[in-house]
Write a protein that binds this ligand. Structure first.
Ligand code: ACO
Length: 367
């Protein structure tokens, strides 16, 4: 089943009653009022700032050779991953989310006071409650913000951006922070070589706000297929669950994954979802400047690129340094792409992801 309401927006079709920040050519200069739930009109909205945070501690493939029966050669050729970051004792999903959020606000030139919505996508929250988003709200000093967590899996950041865009596009919010933050190394079974080599920790964030007409979100494609749930999971409360157990060491929940099935699903869905979103935007693959895919496995990205007929130089890859950071992977990659000059103002950018659920999510944006 697929959600298909991501048609191209009729930007500016309805006239704003209030002075519209869209009219401001420099997105950094527009104001962000307190969220009051009032729906104004459709306006252009996009990402106006990006930030990220990764832990200092690096775990290389050679380090992993000492933990499980594996090799740098196997991990590199099967996944493309060379190293990943591991959170230190003082680093958590929340602390990393806070640092990424501050960095994104700084990049956007927006103060925390102006933020009226915070969404944190994570599958590794420090607590069931309070939400990570509420802790971020307090830590960054955003008194005007509504805040909630989004649990979708690796697609969480893209789902979060699309959700935030709906709020800002309608005028229900003016300035949203969307954060993907994960400490996956804390739910990895370090005796399972099939999964422990894949994951890493980190956080990325985006500020979503009104942008000049013609810029910002052009279309999206979100979807889910819960029948694939047992292929990729970590249990929370082991209650009435028919799925086989994934509880690992010391009774802690750990990641279970059917790698081969997820691989096939990922290749198919990343290409199909990208094409679906581009069609809704009225664009072809050739018009795309950069694709930022979920960073899970270079072979998945390669295969999806071939299916799309896109050369690899149009695809941003940093999984060699971070592994799979789930909901954090796309915002970390987008932040790096921007800071390194690979993603520039005016570029047509596709962010596409697959993950637990199973789920998939793609947005097309003119930066
Ligand atoms: N080191 C050495 N050997 C290994 C390792 C390892 N780390 N892991 C598995 N092997 C072995 C297996 O035991 C198997 O040996 P056998 O043939 O003797 O039984 C052999 O390698 C092949 O195993 P496969 O699982 O068939 O290996 P495959 O080429 O499929 O690669 C992988 C496995 C990397 C997990 C791949 O299936 C994959 O990338 N799947 C998708 C993973 C993914 O993206 N998941 C999403 C993560 S969560 C998310 O993003 C939402």
């Amino acid at each position: 089943m697929s959600l298909t309401d991501g048609e191209p927006f009729e930007q500016g079709a309805i006239k704003c009653e209030k002075p519209c920040p869209t009219a401001t050519p420099n997105p950094k200069a527009r104001g962000c009022d307190k969220m009051d739930g009032e729906v104004m009109s459709m306006r252009s909205v996009g990402i106006v700032g990006l930030g990220s945070y990764v832990p200092e501690k690096v775990l290389t493939n050679f380090d992993l050779e000492k933990i499980v029966e594996t090799s740098d050669e196997w991990i590199t050729t099967r996944t493309g991953i060379k190293e990943r970051r591991v959170a230190a004792a003082h680093e958590t999903t929340t602390t990393m989310a806070i640092e990424a959020a501050k960095s994104a606000l700084d990049d956007a030139g927006v103060s925390a006071n102006e933020v009226d919505l915070i969404i944190v996508a994570t599958v590794t929250p420090d607590y069931f409650f309070p939400s990570t988003a509420c802790q971020v709200q307090h830590a960054i000093g955003a008194p005007n913000a509504a805040a909630f967590d989004l649990l979708v899996g690796c697609t969480g950041f893209v789902y979060g951006v699309v959700t935030a865009c709906q709020f800002v596009q309608t005028g229900a919010a003016n300035c949203a922070l969307v954060i993907g933050s994960e400490t996956l190394t804390r739910i990895v079974d370090w005796t399972d070589r099939k999964t422990c080599v894949l994951f890493g920790d980190g956080a990325g964030a985006a500020v979503v706000a009104p942008v000049p007409e013609g810029r910002g979100l052009l279309a999206f494609d979100l979807g889910s297929d819960g029948s694939g749930g047992p292929l990729l999971k970590a249990e929370a409360l082991q209650s009435c669950c028919e799925m086989p157990t994934s509880v690992g060491l010391n009774g802690r929940p750990t990641i279970y994954m059917n790698g081969n099935e997820v691989f096939k699903f990922a290749v198919r869905v990343m290409a199909d979802s990208t094409i679906a979103a581009l069609q809704k935007a009225g664009l072809t693959v050739d018009q795309v400047d950069l694709i930022v895919p979920h960073q899970a496995n270079i072979r998945i990205i390669d295969a999806a690129a071939r299916r799309l007929g896109v050369p690899m130089d149009k695809i941003f890859v940093n999984l060699d340094r971070y592994g799979n950071t789930s909901a954090a992977s796309i915002p970390i990659a987008m932040d790096e792409a921007k800071r390194s000059g690979r993603m520039k103002e005016g570029d047509i950018v596709v962010a596409t992801s697959f993950g637990a659920g199973l789920s998939w999510a793609t947005f097309v944006m003119r930066m």
